[in-house]
Design a protein around this ligand. Structure first.
Ligand SMILES: Nc1ncnc2c1ncn2[C@@H]1O[C@H](COP(=O)(O)OP(=O)(O)OP(=O)(O)O)[C@@H](O)[C@H]1O
Ligand SMILES: [Mg+2]
Length: 385
């Protein structure tokens, strides 16, 4: 009901939560370190046995949880996680359903969790491989103190994801750059964690080759992939970009297209440009401040905040000092006035006392004179009689 009222006012969600990919690339297009390859083969064997146990032997009909297979591909950018998810789906002859986070995340409380549940239902219906690429975004650690509604929402999304993982009977792959950011509860529910390492020199040499068309790409005599692999310890993603750049540079050479070839210098220039691009990115990310990654932006914001706070504190301290100075001045003036007033009052009191004394003295003199006069009068009267 709430959903339909919301849809009435704001329109129903128009974009799909999942992007369906028909896998084109197989494991022939990927060059992997021996350990990664072994782990992937093990994952594939699990999938095949899984099919045998749960489908052919019918155990899926007897059990309702723990039927799915969840894999975690972890590794540095460009090490082949996404291409391997595609190759895995290709090998299993299944569609790859890539989760779109932008559509998944709803500003409506509780809606994101519903979206998460619905992508699992979709994958189950289509018997497709479900793929959470760059999954750090959604499978991050849960908050322990849930103060904000947004924290509670994030936690409920992770909880729903964990629950779906228990009950989903299909194959789901999570790819992350930062495995440490994943909520530890995923550890237990994900059957296989596969580490994608940086390629060594032999693997890099093969990756350079695998990026080209075996027959159509015109290569000059001077091309030496071994030398490129030795000179540039970069990821498969960087090698792919360098090859594309080299081809572009080669096409801009003068002369008819038919005679154009990719030379060693083009590959070198391509890779140098990729490296320069990465350092420009790093510079613009960390120095320029235009597009800071979350942590650096946060640190920058913090230090800016500290600066502002420091300036405000200094201003407040100045104001306080001025206030104290003013108070001290007024207090001094008050004291002087009080002193003056006290002196005046004391003087007035002293004058008053002196006057009183003088009055008393006068009174005594008058009394004495009167007594003397009375005595004299009495004496005269006595003498006369
Ligand atoms: N091991 C590899 N073998 C062959 N090609 C590779 C390999 N690794 C990367 N590539 C090439 O680089 C491209 C990018 O790799 P991919 O997207 O799979 O990396 P990723 O690990 O998912 O990176 P990210 O973490 O940035 O998403 C691939 O399409 C492929 O052409
Ligand atoms: Mg990727």
């Amino acid at each position: 009901m709430a959903d339909s009222i919301r849809d009435l006012f704001f329109g129903a969600p128009t974009r799909e939560l999942l992007e369906a990919v028909d896998p084109q690339r197989s494991f022939d297009d990927v060059v992997l370190p021996e350990r990664t390859l072994r782990a992937l083969n093990h994952a594939l064997a699990l999938v095949r046995k899984h099919d045998l146990i749960f489908r052919q032997w019918g155990l899926a009909e007897r059990h309702t949880s723990g039927l799915g297979l969840a894999f975690h591909f972890a590794g540095a950018p460009g090490t082949g996680k996404t291409i391997c998810a595609e190759a895995l789906a290709y090998t299993l002859n299944r569609k790859l359903l890539v989760v779109r986070y932008a559509e998944l995340e709803s500003r409506w409380v509780g809606q994101t969790a519903k979206h998460v549940a619905s992508v699992f239902r979709s994958a189950e219906r289509q018997d497709a491989v479900l793929f959470f690429d760059e999954a750090d975004a959604i499978a991050g650690r849960r908050f322990t103190s849930m103060q904000a509604a947004v924290d509670r929402e994030a936690n409920s999304v992770v909880n729903v994801l964990l629950h779906e993982l228990e009950t989903f009977p299909g194959i789901v792959i999570f790819a992350t750059n930062l495995a440490a950011n994943m909520d530890p509860a995923f550890e237990r529910r994900i059957r296989t964690h596969i580490l994608f390492e940086m390629p060594n020199v032999d693997e890099r040499e093969r990756i350079w080759r695998v990026q080209l068309h075996p027959h159509k790409t015109p290569l000059a005599e001077d091309v030496d992939f071994r030398a490129l692999a030795e000179a540039y310890p970069r990821s498969g993603g960087d090698i792919k970009n360098a090859v594309l750049k080299a081809a572009q540079i080669a096409t801009t050479e003068p002369g008819p297209d038919a005679g154009k070839q990719i030379h060693q210098r083009h590959f070198v220039q391509g890779m140098e440009e990729v490296i320069a691009g990465t350092s420009v990115m790093a510079q613009s990310l960390f120095e320029d401040g235009a597009a800071l990654p979350p942590l650096a932006a946060f640190v920058e914001e913090m230090s800016e905040g500290q600066e502002a706070l420091r300036a405000e504190l200094a201003l407040a301290a100045e104001r306080l000092e001025a206030l104290e100075r003013r108070q001290a001045g007024s207090l001094q003036k008050l004291e002087v006035k009080l002193d003056e007033r006290q002196t005046a009052v004391a003087e007035a009191a002293a004058a008053e006392v002196a006057a009183a004394r003088a009055r008393a003295r006068g009174l005594w003199a008058a009394v004495i004179v009167s007594v003397c006069l009375a005595a004299a009068a009495l004496a005269i009267a006595l003498l006369r009689s």
